[in-house]
Design a protein around this ligand. Structure first.
Ligand code: JCZ
Length: 224
């Protein structure tokens, strides 16, 4: 799949997109990410991209002209344009799976107090929020969206079994994990995990998973 990012801060993406699983997917050509610097479409000698809000108020708003130019420069018939926004629909596992089916995504990262509404009305297909907290811009949300959806792009995960295990683990929280040593600073790994009884191990994991979910995320069980 192809992803175009439109941002004033393209360098924020360089390390995350060249590291680990995502770095390999991009190096292998399974996902193609193009970073588009919105400043290149800025207006005048100062390449301005923002202005004061009509009606008054604090802060600046992103002007429509640079965003129209940047978005129209990368979109084709099969593009899906997503704006990162604290007032977007909440992004989750299913949203990641859905976006991963798109041939071409355009992720628009705002800054300041937000973008001129005409950009949203004319060019944006959907607005997405990664959670109920306010960030300084859409760059970190765009990285979260890229990493989360990449796991659903065929060829990104070496072992597709972890996909089904983890998609199950989104419905309930994951059980605790242990590795060697069997005792560390006086704290022991639960005996059942050393027992070699695979059915008992499986039962323990399911019970721990249910207990954690009930305690921390009853909403996932419909029990909140
Ligand atoms: C542009 N401030 C874009 C998104 N979930 C979430 N929190 N905050 C954002 C966000 C904040 C922004 C901009 C200026 C997204």
């Amino acid at each position: 799949m192809r992803i175009d990012v439109i941002t004033l801060f393209p360098t924020m993406f360089v390390d995350p997109l060249s590291t680990s699983l995502l770095g390999k997917a991009i190096a292998d050509g399974v996902i193609e990410v193009t970073l588009n610097d919105l400043r290149e479409h800025g207006l005048g000698r100062h390449r301005s991209v923002d202005d004061t809000p009509f009606g008054g108020g604090a802060g600046m708003v992103m002007r429509p002209e640079p965003l129209f130019a940047a978005i129209e420069a990368v979109t084709t018939e099969d593009s899906h344009v997503v704006l990162m926004s604290p007032r977007g629909s909440l992004f989750d596992h299913r949203g990641a799976e859905r976006l991963a089916t798109r041939e071409h995504l355009v992720l628009v990262c705002g800054r300041y107090e937000g973008v001129d509404q005409r950009v949203i009305d004319e060019l944006v297909d959907e607005e997405i929020s990664i959670g109920d907290y306010v960030l300084a811009g859409g760059e970190l949300p765009a990285l979260v969206v890229i990493e989360a959806l990449s796991r659903f792009v065929p060829g990104v995960l070496g072992n597709p079994e972890s996909l089904t295990t983890e998609s199950h683990a989104v419905g309930t929280l994951e059980h605790p994990q242990y590795t060697r040593p069997a005792e560390f600073r006086g704290s022991k790994v639960p005996d059942v995990l050393l027992s070699g009884h695979h059915e008992e191990v499986e039962r323990w994991r399911e019970e721990e998973s249910r207990r954690l979910t009930r305690e921390r995320r009853p909403d996932l069980l419909g029990d909140d």
